[in-house]
Design a protein around this ligand. Structure first.
Ligand SMILES: [Zn+2]
Ligand SMILES: [Zn+2]
Length: 345
């Protein structure tokens, strides 16, 4: 079968012929419906030097996946062939304290398998078939459109995890700022609007992204750049934002986030652009909590799918055939993509 793979560092992916995988004991073979193209793949392709991450190449890209159960090896019960499923992408040991509560994204096993998962070090979903190491990573999709649901497993799950931990701050009269309205950002805006009474402010440098933010429920939008800090301050009566989600994570966006977060607020770094935020006693408001997040938990994926099933969130997707997976990343890199690119093998 054909697969879109990362074959070398500091270059784009490549469509290659690979053998069809065969499920061994406990494993499930999924026929892929959709595989989202994530900004982190772009960082993998273009920003990381060889040796920075201990992964061996090549591997098939695509870490946000949906599909149908195609086959399984011995020892797998409770799955129906043909059943539509979302693939939970953070694969932990399943037995440590974090994994036992479904937080396999934060597995603490010494040789945490989660350091190599489908599409991030291991073979992912940008191919007709993908091997999943256990049935617990498959969450029933129900009636959801499998292609539109693919981004929910990362572009949905990751901001959901970040939003959920800050919900106690998002009381009436509060403000949440979303920096970066791409795949994750347009879903973060919808989650904040549906789960909280906060005023949702979206920030991006692209006019199209700000238009999308307004379409999906942002109350206010601010163009990134000079004047953004003052604008957000004035929108919040000088107080700043209770919660700031930085879905980019560059030096510039982190500086903006640090300048507009309100005392006692949360500043959550989700984007992996690799920027730095100097934190000192005087650099930010008092009692601001700065944190990173990585992906979300298994129970949270079920919650995200439930939100989508009730129509409260919906991923805006652009479909690309497998042969055009490279074009999806090119569009993302050029900033011309609206919402999420999904590769449909
Ligand atoms: Zn991702
Ligand atoms: Zn674990």
């Amino acid at each position: 079968m054909k697969a879109f793979q990362l074959t070398a560092w500091k270059q784009g992916g490549e469509l290659r012929e690979v053998p069809e995988p065969d499920p061994g004991p406990g494993e499930v073979l999924v026929r892929i419906a959709g595989a989202g193209a994530c900004h982190s793949d772009l960082h993998l392709m273009h920003d990381f030097d060889s040796g920075l991450i201990p992964w061996s190449l090549p591997f098939t890209l695509g870490h946000e996946n949906t599909g149908w159960v195609e086959a399984h090896g011995p020892g797998v019960d409770g799955l129906e062939i043909g059943e539509p499923v979302a693939v939970y992408g953070a694969w932990g040991c399943g037995r440590c304290a974090r994994c036992l509560v479904g937080a396999e994204n934060y597995c603490e096993a010494p040789d945490a398998p989660s350091s190599v998962v489908g599409g991030l070090g291991g073979n992912g979903g940008m191919a007709p078939l993908m091997l999943v190491p256990g049935s617990r990573y498959l969450v029933p999709l129900g009636e959801l459109d499998p292609v539109e649901a693919a981004p929910l497993t990362d572009a949905g799950l990751t901001p959901y995890h970040a939003v959920k931990r800050s919900l106690p701050l998002l009381v009436p009269g509060s403000t949440a700022v979303v920096i970066g309205v791409g795949g994750l950002g347009h879903l973060a805006v919808q989650m904040l609007s549906t789960l909280s009474p906060a005023t949702v402010v979206a920030v991006d440098e692209r006019d199209g992204a700000l238009a999308l933010a307004r379409e999906v429920g942002a109350h206010l939008t601010v163009a990134a750049g000079i004047g953004a800090v003052e604008e957000i301050k004035s929108l919040t009566g000088g107080r700043g934002a209770d919660v700031v989600l930085d879905l980019v994570g560059s030096d510039i966006t982190l500086a903006l986030a640090g300048a507009v977060v309100r005392p006692l607020g949360h500043l959550t770094i989700v984007g992996i652009a690799g920027g730095t935020l100097p934190v000192s006693f005087f650099s930010m408001g008092y009692e601001v909590a700065v944190t990173t997040t990585y992906w979300g938990t298994l129970p949270e994926l079920a919650e995200v799918l439930a939100l989508a099933a009730t129509g409260r969130i919906r991923a805006r997707v652009t479909r690309f055939p497998l042969e055009a997976a490279g074009d999806a990343y090119a569009a993302m890199r050029a900033g011309t993509l609206e919402g999420r690119a999904v590769v449909v093998p």
